[in-house]
Design a protein around this ligand. Structure first.
Ligand SMILES: O=C(O)CCC(=O)C(=O)O
Length: 265
């Protein structure tokens, strides 16, 4: 099946987000096994939140592709890099990182509106995250993306999902109060089936509700990829994820074993 046609590429360029139906359905079992292994044995980067209201936790962990074989297989053996190249209009795809987000049944933790780029040590206009659903997710519980927000040239202040600032002395603009003014925005969201992916640009404003489903988990594997124009940027803080082993300077081409090339024309 052809998952990315010209319309998908146009929609992604214009809106900064597009739904790719069934794109990774063949990888569901593997990714689910990988998530189970990760929860059993999380990394030092795990950042989970337990709500005060007694509802279930929100598990998060990042950069585990190199130690969870199922994730490594997915990154190198699936068509992830090929799809990313098409969407980014890039000759090559470089893996940036993986991010697992599991909202357990009924978890009340909301993902606040944010852009990913200000968290990251990478600059460039060619980027895509595939937010891959490992469970069916109704539209009310789906990732929401603001159409066109990737083109605004504004990078909003990154915060931890608990509201704490990511960087000290960060004077950048706060994310606007989107929820109080939802009618002013074109908000994209979808009814999602397990195996669907939402592809979105690192600059796109996005967020997600609590797990509206009391009976099922909301497991997501997010795969982040950059294109030909990716360069390292030092944002003067640890960033998220932190890449402590990377010793590049601002403006250097993003290279190193941390960021493998996974597709090249
Ligand atoms: O799944 C979520 O709750 C948020 C996902 C997200 O922010 C991301 O993948 O960048």
């Amino acid at each position: 099946m052809e998952f990315i046609d010209n319309k998908t590429i146009e929609d992604f360029s214009r809106d900064g987000a597009v739904l790719c139906k069934g794109m990774f359905i063949d990888w569901l079992d593997k990714l689910r096994i990988g998530v189970d292994k990760l929860i059993e044995n999380p990394s030092v980067r795990e950042r989970s939140y337990t709500p005060d209201d007694g509802t279930a936790p929100f598990f998060q962990d990042l950069v585990n592709w190199d130690r969870i074989p199922e994730f490594k297989d997915f990154v190198f053996k699936s068509k992830l890099g090929f799809y990313a190249s098409k969407l980014m209009k890039s000759k090559q795809s470089q893996f940036f990182h993986d991010h697992v987000l599991v909202k357990e049944p009924g978890s009340s933790i909301v993902t606040p509106w944010h852009q990913d780029k200000p968290y990251y040590c990478v600059d460039g206009a060619q980027s895509v995250s595939f937010w891959i659903a490992l469970d069916d997710i109704s539209k009310e519980g789906c990732l929401e993306c603001i159409a066109g927000s990737h083109l605004s040239n504004v990078l909003h202040k990154p915060k931890r999902f608990n509201g704490n600032d990511l960087y000290e002395n960060d004077n950048s603009e706060d994310v606007p109060d989107i929820n109080s003014n939802r009618k002013d925005y074109k908000i994209l969201s979808w009814d999602i089936k397990a195996g669907d992916a939402v592809a979105f640009d690192f600059r796109t404003l996005h967020g997600a509700s609590e797990n509206v489903n009391k009976n099922s988990r909301r497991r997501v594997f997010s795969a982040r990829i950059v294109g030909d124009d990716a360069v390292f940027v030092d944002r003067k803080g640890k960033g998220s994820p932190p890449f402590e082993s990377v010793k590049l300077n601002t403006g250097d081409k993003l290279t190193g074993k941390e960021f493998p090339v996974i597709y090249k024309i």
